[in-house]
Write a protein that binds this ligand. Sequence first.
Ligand SMILES: Cc1ncc(C[n+]2csc(CCOP(=O)(O)OP(=O)(O)O)c2C)c(N)n1
Length: 557
Amino acid sequence: MIPGTEQQSLQAATLPTMQIMTVADTFVKQLEAWGVQRIYGVVGDTFLDFLDAVQRSSIRFVAVKHEGTAAFMASAEAKLTGRLGVCIATSGPGMANLMNGLGDADQDRVPVLAITGQVPTKKIGTDTKQYLDQQVFIEPLAAYSALLAAPDATVELLTKAIHTALELGAVTHLSVPKDLWAMLQTNAVRKRPQMVKGVLEFNPQDVGQAAAIMKTAKQPVVVAGLGAREAAADVVRLCETWGAGLILSLGAKGMIDENCPQLLGGIGKGGSPQASQLLKKADVVLLAGDSWWPEGYVPESARLIQIDYAAANIGTRFHVELGLVGATGQVLPELVKRLAGQEKNEQWLTYIGRQRAKWQAQVEQEATTEGTPVHPARLVRALQNTVAKDAVLCVDTGDHTVWFNRIFAGSGEQQTLFSGTWRSMGFGLPAAMACQLIEPERQVVALVGDGCLGMTLADLSTAVRYNLPITVVVVNNGNLQMETDRQIVGQHTTLGSDLTNPDFVKVAEACGLAGFRVTDSAELDKTLEQALALPGPVLVDVATLPLTFPNTSPQEG
Ligand SMILES: Cc1ncc(C[n+]2csc(CCOP(=O)(O)OP(=O)(O)O)c2C)c(N)n1
């Protein structure tokens, strides 16, 4: 149907009411049917009818200051809950602003639906203001994108977009021309299908093949990633049974109690040198739910086994001898069963213990460095001392991320959210706001650099608007330190990487947050405790040393 031509005949009075609704109401009811509770966005004239429908529904529209914030919030919601995150923007510039947050969702493979208003149908393809071929624009980031071209396609397109996002862990996108929202359509909203998924039964021979490789190991190592979050206890059990060292990738930070005796920290820039040395010596490495491995850290001669729920993730970045496609929670217990009772290499375990002691001594030394300004490691230690055992930590992108990764010893119950693969600045504040909206009772902390906060500063007032008691901790070193490090190590100028910052405490107070400033490590723990105990949003600006991160290499990302 050409939009508009049959609308007059679709009078609600003459047709069954169940079947006749505006596109906007149908859209909203279909989102409700899939359990969507929040939509993040910035108002635009291309979806005002949609907002009216949201107002009539159970869904909350979360109005933010920048569409990038909206997309990061949707991505963070998906990262925290595994459910669909939804964001909305207007055509042209609104959509362009969304893209950074969508990049984050895409690369961290979480389900996000982006909705964008489009110019009126009769203007599509013309030179009209704010027109953009949205499907072409979003193509590299979205697993599915479509333009709603007729009211009766609403239910089918939206179901496909939601379903695809959830099944693939991907970004999907729908464009809706502004004139379509108010039109009537005739299809009933579809209930979310109940999904009964078969339990993956591994052929015993195939699991046996993995166990056989593992039994050849004299120096085994497990690398666990975010994909093993649900199976953290199984990861530890496997390491015990197999006598393996344990290394966590960045996304898995906080997933396992750091008192685990075989845990040697992380790999990559924020990791421990001991973990890298361990990997160099490893003869068999099992990757559990981890497809991220920084270049230069992949052992050349070890035999690699990778467990991942998606076959597409296996062996894409490094050579894998055997891939096991399935949930870590299903595969790991099978491996534990097959390795039970096998003799462990005590020498290897002693070596792991020694390396762990060395690593812990180094961390201890850095984390207890006192003084003014504050050492970034000391700041991370203060956070570790003061945050709740089940806190959510939203960590932004910069040297503060790698200090966090290096120093923070989690309880195993905390959840840490990063812009893991996209590595965008400006993730921390939006992510913390989304997490606090979703879990109002839980303690939520954002750890952000001064450069990162500068990118999202306007949205401090969003935390006030929704009375979100988040604590924003600013690592204020006056620099885009991660890039300054690379400039210095690569013998470049430091052009452009110094920052001209406002007084963050004054800005916070002007926005309605409580503000604290810390310049000396002696005040740190006490101030954080005070800030964390406040019932409303608070910012703690910590003056930190502009240190070049240890072992920075000019190439490493
Ligand atoms: C949106 C975006 N722009 C630029 C970069 C490149 N970049 C990575 S880290 C970084 C510096 C971050 O500075 P800051 O927030 O002050 O944190 P610090 O490194 O000082 O801890 C920059 C510019 C990026 N990752 N994302």
